[in-house]
Design a protein around this ligand. Structure first.
Ligand SMILES: [Fe+2]
Length: 187
């Protein structure tokens, strides 16, 4: 039987082909962990001198869309974060995300919500876990997981795999000090 050859020019293309191959209907609960393993493999097989990676680093853009899947809608982002770059606690609504550090150290705090969600605009958070993403470390955050990121040793080369376009879904941002929640609506 003829098998269609997957032509991969570089490790990024190979990784994307591998993600597509395991995607199925996109509903497998193991999928975030499969992508985690594939991203770890991508990092291990990519040299900073590989043309696509060298260009990403040289460009130094805070956010770059490296790939958007035309069939399944997942997105692979590449980020160059200056030391100290961080964001407020947020969730990705119904989507999941896989964060990976290729270079530098990014700390990701995971929070749990301690209120019952009955008061509109109010959310109390408690720190639950601190993940330290040193080079080569990849960590999935599942549906509804509240998290914030901080580049503690930069510049950080951070890969962020999104199961779907976040601008098209409803998600939340939180203010830890004020104890508030802001709904972000699809754009
Ligand atoms: Fe996030």
């Amino acid at each position: 039987m003829a098998v269609q050859e997957q032509r991969a020019n570089d490790s990024l293309e190979k990784y994307i082909a591998e993600v597509r191959a395991v995607w199925g209907d996109g509903k497998d609960p193991q999928l975030p962990f499969k992508v985690q393993a594939l991203m770890e493999k991508l990092f291990a097989s990519t040299s900073p001198d590989d043309p696509w990676m060298a260009e990403l680093i040289r460009d130094g853009k805070p956010a770059r869309e490296l790939y958007r899947d035309p069939d399944h809608g997942f997105i692979q982002m590449g980020h160059i974060h200056k030391q100290g770059h961080g964001n407020q606690p947020h969730d990705h609504g119904p989507c999941w995300v896989v964060y990976g550090s290729y270079k530098g150290i990014t700390e990701i705090t995971k929070y749990k919500r301690t209120d019952d969600g009955s008061q509109p605009g109010v959310a109390a958070l408690e720190k639950e876990r601190l993940d330290r993403l040193s080079p080569g470390v990849v960590q999935p955050y599942l549906r509804g997981d509240i998290h914030s990121t901080k580049a503690v040793e930069g510049p950080g080369v951070v890969f962020r795999f999104l199961s779907y376009d976040l601008d098209k879904i409803e998600r939340n941002r939180y203010n830890l000090e004020k104890g508030t929640i802001i709904k972000l609506t699809p754009q």
